[in-house]
Ligand binder design. Structure first.
Ligand code: NAD
Length: 551
């Protein structure tokens, strides 16, 4: 078989029977073009795949190219199952990825089913073709650093030292987000090729030969109030304790290694990436035990930093859970980033919203940036982010932008863009998606819904309701994902995609879906008793029964 090429398609030439199908096809091509290991269909997070296998992928492509708007393609864990006759207002694609029944939702069952090619992990934005490269997570990470600066450092990260690890698909965003926030950051990464990749993409400023050199470079930058990111090729389970032993206390400490996966993700101390890969097949049990032992040391060092006064947080990679399973009883003294910094935003359904220029014309994103800067000038954090993103972010794959926007704002932007497509102000249609990590779309008791006020952390009804309302609201693609750490049992979430092709039908789909998606998010937090959500529901005129003190 000739080698596959992973390229995006631009322009306005349709290969499908309509823009809804064409848009989704371009997004599938895009996640592979910007993915970490496209020849294995892996987009990010060790095993987060765009399709089950190549034959499933090729069938999906063929169906998207030939299907009518009156049909709906059903995808089960990355495999196309069939076409169902629906109608022109129904979704083009619905999918369910990696959902296991509760009692069976354990890592060993996932791996067993994965080996039999019956299931695959879709990540949050891999399996439903929404990933836009590192920009998505840059905004989230930047948002966290901006909130930490506000809360702990008088509004600025200038002169502050951040310690983190992992420069993979998601983690690779950390150095750029820190630089945008004005900080100095040390990124420990065990795989030198990942450091090279981030240097080449401009996301990382420099590579240090050893820890001493790294700390020297960062100290100089801090003294000058200069932002700097430095990569160090080493194992975090060695470097974090070493820094503790020297009595150095960074201002902020976190981690983005693939700690959620003890077999395919985390690399234990004492092993090269290649040695860990070999052990995966020769002795997987030993690899899991070694990974757990390293994570224990890694998290103990994070706890020591916390005790010494650093702001320490878990950035959603399940490292606390793995450490707790390994015997670190107080691993959960480290807070999750959502609860620590972002919940007030989610209460107002403000979360990561993204748009992708299907034309592949960067000018389309620039024109939308201009519109946002003018229309939302009063929203300082939004306009500040757009200006920074314009300056610092290089597009990967199809040009795209992400910004944290809330109820009403998302709909207003999408409808304006749809008009710009119709009036040919833009060179082609634009797709809209939002992250699964969104107000009404995720139940993840170790990330999104940890320590909710009403104790409803583990109730997965919300993302299921979210997917149903988005189907009813005529979205183009709706997905239900499960998995998280060990790929099973940790979370349930829902994803949604819309194509703004300038038509009046698209206008209706955008209005219904985006309004309902964020309304449900506000209602979810209002139901959990958050004043911010009750305030938002009241201000925005939402028909939430929580406003009357329950139904
Ligand atoms: P990835 O697999 O692409 O990258 C992980 C990186 O960690 C790799 O480069 C690997 O070489 C490195 N690494 C592994 N063990 C290491 C060690 N001991 N020391 C130093 N480096 C080590 O994964 P990703 O897409 O970057 O995601 C990272 C983690 O973040 C995952 O667990 C993912 O689920 C999680 N994540 C969380 C959020 C969120 O909620 N904020 C969003 C996205 C991803």
């Amino acid at each position: 078989m000739s080698a596959r090429k992973f390229e995006v398609t631009g322009g306005t030439q349709l290969r499908c029977k309509g823009w809804r199908q064409e848009g989704l096809l371009r997004l599938l091509e895009n996640v592979l073009a910007v993915g970490e290991d496209p020849s294995n269909l892996v987009v990010y997070a060790a095993l987060g795949k765009a399709a089950r296998d190549w034959s499933a992928h090729d069938r999906i492509v063929q169906v998207l190219r030939t299907m009518d708007e009156c049909d709906t393609l059903v995808v089960q864990s990355g495999k196309p199952i069939g076409l169902l006759r629906t109608h022109a207002e129904a979704p083009i694609v619905i999918m369910a990825n990696c959902n296991l029944v509760g009692q069976w939702a354990r890592a060993e069952n996932f791996y067993e089913l994965e080996k039999k090619n019956l299931i695959c992990w879709g990540g949050l934005t891999a399996g439903d073709w929404q990933y836009i490269g590192s920009q998505g997570v840059i905004q989230g990470t930047y948002e966290i650093f901006a909130r930490i600066a506000e809360r702990h450092f008088g509004g600025t990260m200038s002169g502050r030292l951040i310690l983190t690890a992992g420069l993979g698909g998601m983690g690779g965003a950390q150095p750029l987000a820190a630089r945008m926030a004005g900080a100095a950051i040390l990124c420990v990464e065990v795989d030198d090729a990942r450091i090279t990749r981030r240097l080449d993409s401009g996301y990382l400023d420099a590579r240090a030969p050893d820890l001493d050199a790294a700390l020297r470079m960062l100290d100089e930058a801090r003294a000058a109030g200069r932002a700097l990111s430095v990569g160090l090729c080493a194992n975090a389970a060695d470097v974090y304790p070493l820094i503790v032993s020297r009595g150095i206390v960074p201002d902020v400490v976190t981690d983005q290694t693939s700690a959620h996966d003890l077999l395919y993700g985390y690399v234990p101390s004492g092993f090269s990436v290649e040695e860990a890969r070999r052990l995966r097949t020769s002795d997987p049990h030993r690899l899991i035990a070694e990974s757990t032992a390293s994570i224990v040391r890694h998290v103990e060092a994070m706890l020591a930093f916390q005790k010494a006064g650093a702001v320490v947080f878990d950035n959603g990679n399940l490292i606390r859970t793995q450490a707790k399973n390994g015997g670190v009883a107080n691993a959960f003294d480290i807070p999750i980033f959502t609860e620590a910094f972002l919940r007030p935003l989610f209460c107002r359904a403000i979360g990561p919203f993204r748009w992708i220029a299907l034309s592949n014309d960067p000018g389309d994103i620039a024109r939308i940036d201009d519109f946002l800067l003018e229309r939302f000038a009063a929203n300082r954090s939004l306009s500040n982010w757009i200006r920074l993103a314009r300056e610092h972010i290089r597009f990967e794959g199809l040009p795209a932008r992400i910004a944290w926007m809330g109820h009403g704002e998302r709909t207003e932007l999408a409808l304006a863009v749809n008009r710009m497509v119709a009036e040919r102000v833009l060179s082609g249609p634009v797709a809209f998606t939002r992250d699964h990590l969104d107000a009404g779309a995720m139940a993840h008791p170790n990330i999104m819904t940890e320590n909710l006020r009403d104790g409803s952390d583990a109730i997965a009804d919300w993302p299921l309701l979210n997917a149903m309302i988005n189907c009813s609201s005529q979205a183009d693609l709706v997905a239900i994902h499960s998995g998280g750490g060990g790929y099973s049992g940790y979370m349930t979430s829902a994803g949604v995609t819309l194509v703004a092709d300038g038509t009046s039908q698209a206008e209706r789909r955008l209005r219904l879906t985006l309004d309902n998606d964020t309304s449900l998010g506000v209602m979810r937090y209002a139901d959990a008793g958050y004043e911010d959500a009750l305030d938002e529901a009241s201000n925005k005129g939402l028909r939430s029964f929580s406003l009357q003190g329950g139904a």
